[in-house]
Design a protein around this ligand. Structure first.
Ligand code: ASP
Length: 307
């Protein structure tokens, strides 16, 4: 087993499949009255969050607790980080406290790689800048596999603000490893020209959502990340929705079996309409539930597998 999960590229097909299978076993546990496993009793998991998060932080916390680990939540607000303490000094503090795993979210791309050099425990990337979010990709892959039965040969459109999306990057890496075919869709300004080839030579690019939809098994809508935009990448929110938003009329262009995904948080009315988000094709709530199982699998295999 690998020691750290810093990037979806850390996972080969066998390891990724093992994590998804283990997530399936963890999901079975969620249906029981007692949801706890004693597996990580006595181990310490630190959640180190330098950026806002609702579902990811809660999800990791629930995952670690269901495995009986001791959980320390550390957010940059209210800590010495706001007094200017460096990531390295914080890392050394965690090291002194004997953290077995550190789950980190940080605005700087590559922060988990730096951290891994300073602590003895496992490092799990919970989102680093615009770079990667590998556990999101795992929970997305798990959701696709459980809804559609396979990943190999699955046609997946990832739509919208690809430029700023760590979710997109991790998904392309992981899904390609597992045999899916990816098409990135969005306005040219939000799809870096060389991204498809750089991530995977097989990844396609399209600027026309309507023409892509009829061939897809999965359409994954991305949040437009206005907080990371210094320039204007499209004329107006309305114009963006008109061309790249998923509404009911567009959803009907998808094949009957196709599913609609979104990592959250959604800009309802912008990249996705409420009717689509709340429709039976949408897996958005399921993705959140699967997130706990996927993160349990990751913590279990990184820590338990090592013992
Ligand atoms: N929650 C995801 C992330 O942290 C997606 C998003 O923020 O749009 O990357």
């Amino acid at each position: 087993m690998i020691k750290h999960l810093r990037s979806a590229a850390d996972l080969d097909a066998a390891t990724a499949t093992l994590i998804l299978d283990t997530a399936g076993e963890m999901a079975a546990l969620a249906g029981r009255e007692v949801k706890k496993l004693p597996t990580l009793r006595g181990r310490t998991v630190v959640n180190l969050f330098y950026e806002d998060s609702t579902r990811t932080r809660i999800s990791f916390e629930a995952a670690a607790k269901r495995l009986s680990a001791d959980v320390i939540n550390f957010s940059a607000k209210g800590s010495s980080v706001s007094k200017g303490e460096s990531l390295k000094d914080t890392a050394l503090t965690l090291q002194a406290m004997g953290a077995d795993a550190v789950v980190i979210r940080h605005p700087a791309s590559g922060a988990p790689h730096r951290l891994a050099a300073w602590v003895d425990g496992s490092v799990v990337n919970a989102g680093d800048g615009t770079h990667e979010h590998p556990t999101q990709a795992l929970l997305d892959a798990y959701t696709m596999r459980s809804r559609l039965g396979r990943l190999d040969g699955l046609r997946v459109a990832i739509v919208g603000d690809v430029l700023h999306s760590r979710v997109a990057r991790s998904n392309v890496l992981l899904l390609t490893t597992l045999g899916a075919e990816i098409t990135l869709v969005g306005p040219p300004t939000l799809i870096p020209v060389d991204i498809a080839a750089a991530l995977s030579p097989k990844t396609k690019v399209s600027y026309d959502l309507d023409s892509v939809l009829p061939d897809m098994d999965v359409v994954m809508m991305l949040r437009v990340q206005t907080e990371r935009m210094q320039d204007s990448y499209f004329p107006s929110a309305r114009e963006y929705s008109r061309r790249y938003g998923l509404d009911l009329a567009r959803m009907r262009k998808l094949p009957e079996h196709a599913i609609v995904m979104h990592p959250g948080p959604m800009n309802r009315g912008m990249e996705i309409t409420p009717e689509v988000a709340d429709s039976s094709r949408s897996t958005i709530v399921e993705q959140v539930a699967n997130g706990v199982s996927a993160r349990m699998a990751v913590l279990y295999l990184l820590l338990g597998g090592k013992a």
